[in-house]
Write a protein that binds this ligand. Structure first.
Ligand SMILES: [Zn+2]
Length: 605
């Protein structure tokens, strides 16, 4: 008997066999039960997530001898025939190869005939975005007036390429990438049933390399079975077939970087390249690894990975601070971009690794961590003691209280020891920080928020959205009491809100610039998603600037002109920009200023 590829052999036959996509299955089954099946569905999502599989199961459920039924029997002639592809009522068309208007017209001519064996004719058009314009028009005619016995299921990885006229006539379902956990589960089942011996590491790596696609996972497993000459498929086998680099190797390389062992790092890199891994793949794998480190450090683990229980991984996480990881990510991203346009890919990767070895990066990152913890303290103190808003100074005094109860959250001892000239201090009683010194004057390539950016949000804003956002701000402010920028944001005043963006005013321009920073944007995105608010954009404005804009808006706004063009004024708040070089980072320079003696006074009892 001919060998059947694993992904074909293990293609789910029933709704209950499908891994993931629970919400879609539930909706489809409900529609069948309630006799409310639509005449056209659009299944969108990444490859290998089960779109055509689910389309075929749907065809079975509608046509099964016992159907339409929530779950096809898979025993009757029709179910079996659909699985084998021998039932003429279920028509699968690959739009990649049949994309002309004639193909669709031929299809249209068959639509009017009643089903031969089953109850419904089901047309499954895969990769529907590949159809030509003429073909879309022909299809549209059919979708407009479909006979009762016809169901269209269109599948695509690129729904944005479809004309609106098609989109509006289909019930749309968005398929999600399959989670690592689900991929793992399925791989376990398949390897058990097929008696394939494979180490846990190797299996986990297959799931990771598949990036959310079941078909890719099973195909990779298939390849590993053919490749491996050992009794058990090992991690090395999988890495050789997939071209990925093992996380053990990444841990070694990064450990060499933080211990300033350039030679070791380069030797390890050389070894990896000699094993046949490509430079861009290596850079990309390290980026993904660092992302996992960040998630792990922030307790924001989305999916459990075997790696997270590995002691050498945990040790490395403890050694890396967030700001160092950000600067490494920048270096690697830059290097990946440079590789795109160069034949010297290897040289760029080596350069990146050498840059990552730079000890200054580590020191700067420590400084950034230290200022952040100081800021957290200031917020805590100001929250308790009230903040003097009239001057440029934030002063927190503890005269009234004889017991010293405020403590600065200093970084770990290790981090402090690396900081030169900054002695470890006891719990403090008085801190004075000159906020005006957090200047933005030394930023190069200044790019400011414009009135057009403000208009974009204003035009879309509504009162209801603002009220909802005010509630979210309140909750976030109470929950993230230790995060300085969150406290800054939540003390701001929301003046406009849409379903994914807002404008907030603050007293001080330097606060606006601070909150606008890219890393904070990323942080907020994460936090707001917890409150079902898919944050896409926000603008912070100094109150005085906003007052001018609001006045202009009120004067020009009429029912017939709900989107008035506003006066082009200078706003003075910097646009969000992905930091490119930590050495030029305005925070670093302001931290240095901030730490000079005039501005920071730590008084001991
Ligand atoms: Zn059946």
């Amino acid at each position: 008997m001919a060998y059947i590829a694993l992904y074909r052999a293990y293609r789910p036959q029933k709704f209950s066999d499908v891994v993931g996509q629970e919400h879609i299955i539930k909706t489809l089954q409900h529609a069948i039960e309630m006799n409310k099946v639509a005449h056209a569905y659009l299944f969108c999502g990444p490859r290998g997530t089960g779109k055509t599989t689910l389309a075929k199961i749907m065809a079975k459920a509608m046509n099964c001898i016992n159907g339409p039924i929530k779950e096809p029997c898979c025993e009757c002639e029709i179910c079996k025939g659909i699985a084998k592809g021998t039932i003429s009522d279920v028509i699968e068309i690959d739009a990649a190869s049949n994309n002309g208007a004639d193909d669709i017209r031929a299809l249209r001519d068959t639509v009017k005939f009643l089903p031969a064996q089953g109850k419904y004719k089901v047309y499954i058009i895969d990769e529907v975005h590949m159809l030509s314009n003429a073909a879309f028009n022909a299809l549209l005619k059919t979708l407009e007036e479909p006979p009762k016995h016809v169901i269209f299921i269109l599948a695509t990885t690129e729904p944005y390429k479809l004309p609106n006229t098609i989109l509006s006539r289909c019930q749309r379902f968005d398929f999600q990438s399959i989670s690592l956990e689900n991929l793992n589960k399925r791989l376990h089942i398949v390897t058990n049933e097929e008696n394939i011996k494979i180490s846990e590491d190797a299996l986990n790596q297959i799931a990771q390399s598949a990036e959310g696609g079941m078909r890719d996972a099973l195909s990779l497993l298939d390849q590993c079975v053919s490749y491996s000459t050992n009794e058990e498929i090992s991690l090395d086998d999988v890495l050789a077939v997939s071209g990925n680099i093992s996380y053990y190797r990444i841990i070694d390389i990064l450990n060499a970087c933080i211990s300033d062992n350039q030679t070791e790092a380069i030797v390890l890199l050389d070894k990896t390249l000699k094993e046949g891994k490509e430079a861009p793949r290596i850079a990309n794998d390290i980026i993904l690894f660092l992302r996992d480190v960040l998630l792990f450090k922030n307790n924001a683990i989305i999916e459990e990975k075997l790696m997270f229980t590995n002691q050498s991984f945990i040790n490395l996480c403890n050694l890396l601070n967030k700001n160092l990881i950000y600067s490494w990510l920048n270096i690697l991203n830059d290097s990946l971009n440079q590789m795109k346009f160069s034949t010297q890919k290897r040289a760029f990767l080596e350069l990146a690794i050498i840059k990552m070895n730079d000890n200054k990066l580590n020191e700067n990152a420590n400084l950034l961590d230290r200022i952040e913890s100081l800021e957290n303290t200031i917020v805590l103190l100001t929250k308790n003691k009230g903040m003097n808003n009239n001057s440029n100074n934030i002063s927190i005094n503890n005269h009234n209280n004889s017991k010293s109860q405020y403590q600065i959250n200093l970084p770990t001892d290790d981090a402090i020891n690396k900081l030169k000239n900054t002695p470890k201090s006891e719990p403090t009683k008085e801190i004075e920080v000159n906020v005006n010194n957090i200047s933005t004057n030394n930023i190069e390539n200044l790019d400011y928020i414009t009135i057009r950016d403000v208009e974009k949000i204003l035009y879309d804003a509504s009162k209801a959205k603002k009220e909802r956002l005010n509630e979210i701000f309140k909750e976030i402010g109470e929950k993230y009491i230790n995060i300085f920028v969150v406290q800054l944001l939540c003390r701001g005043h929301i003046v406009a809100a849409t379903s994914n963006s807002f404008i907030v005013t603050m007293q001080d321009q330097s606060f606006c610039n601070r909150v606008m920073q890219y890393e904070n944007y990323i942080k907020f995105k994460e936090i707001f998603s917890e409150y079902d608010y898919p944050l896409d954009d926000y603008i912070c404005l100094p109150e005085a600037i906003w007052n001018r804009i609001a006045l202009d808006y009120k004067m020009k706004y009429t029912v017939s002109n709900p989107k008035p063009v506003l006066e082009n004024i200078s706003i003075g708040v910097l646009k969000r920009k992905i930091p490119s070089n930590i050495g030029n980072d305005p925070i670093v320079s302001s931290v240095k200023e901030l730490f000079s003696e005039e501005n920071l006074k730590i008084v001991e009892e």
